[in-house]
Design a protein. Structure first.
Length: 279
């Protein structure tokens, strides 16, 4: 028996029988989908010919260019996750174009310049939490509201469709962050707590909620210190597998989580740190 994947179609050949199992088409929303891990998720979803919606705050040209590569339907809409009005407009635009999406990957996030305790800048502290924690929570809330509204309108049809949310946290939430990154780590700790609580609250609504905790990953966020060869080597020594992750290494498990096959794992927070930090 020979088995192969061709353009997202699994073909099993045994004697003269050919069975095709088409993957289910999905629509996935990826906030921050034009940069870093979010971009990697976007590219992987496009490979599966899923419908893709990404958000961008800046870099409209790169976002537009990215979605133009899709074989399926892909759109890019502006979004500032610090603004409830912007979030409302974004999800209204998504629903108008695609209906209620199958999944949300909440990837929009920022890092902070090193700040030591005792020297915090209130505005910078607030910005990190507004984007990484509150913005993510607002996006999840808007997405869930869409789902519940649709479910309420379709009660008589007994629709058992499942929906998925994957929140991007960080391994920093488990160790308190590197020097000067305590606020970033704390904002990601809030993501972990929200994920676990939301999974409990939404379990009976067929909404699965997960978080992933990437370790050090090659993105524009980490480029400033990974571009220094000496610093990069020191960082590698703190990673159990000895290698810094590529964004695609993080994207693959995310796509698996939103496949619909991990419903009973809802509430899980998955470490994606190459075995974890050694020190």
């Amino acid at each position: 028996m020979r088995s192969k994947f061709f353009n997202n179609v699994y073909i099993a050949v045994e004697k003269k029988e050919v069975v095709k199992i088409m993957s289910i088409e999905k629509t996935v929303v990826i906030t921050g989908g034009n940069r870093g891990i979010g971009k990697a998720v976007t590219l992987k979803a496009m490979e599966l010919n899923w419908n893709v919606v990404i958000s961008y705050k800046n870099h409209e040209n790169s976002a537009t260019e990215l979605v133009s590569q899709a074989n399926g339907v892909a759109k890019a809409f502006p979004l500032d996750v610090r603004s409830p009005e912007s979030i409302k407009y974004f999800f209204e635009s998504v629903e108008k174009e695609f209906g209620v999406p199958d999944a949300l990957v909440a990837s929009a996030g920022i890092n902070n310049k090193p700040m030591s305790i005792g020297c915090f800048e209130y505005s910078k502290l607030h910005e990190v939490f507004d984007v990484n924690a509150l913005g993510l929570i607002y996006c999840c809330d808007s997405y869930v509201s869409m789902i519940l509204e649709q479910q309420n309108s379709e009660k008589r049809y007994k629709n058992n469709k499942r929906y998925s949310i994957v929140n991007i946290s960080s391994l920093a939430s488990t160790i308190g962050g590197r020097s000067g990154k305590t606020i970033y780590a704390a904002s990601k700790g809030a993501v972990d707590a929200f994920t676990i609580g939301a999974a409990k609250e939404l379990a009976k609504s067929n909404i699965d909620v997960f978080a992933v905790r990437p370790g050090v990953t090659k993105t524009d966020m980490t480029e400033p210190y990974l571009s220094d060869s000496n610093a990069a080597e020191q960082i590698k020594k703190t990673i159990a597998c000895g290698e810094v992750a590529e964004p695609s290494d993080i994207a693959k498990p995310i796509l698996n989580l939103i496949s619909g096959d991990f419903a009973y794992a809802s509430g899980s927070v998955l470490n994606l740190g190459g075995g974890g930090f050694l020190v």
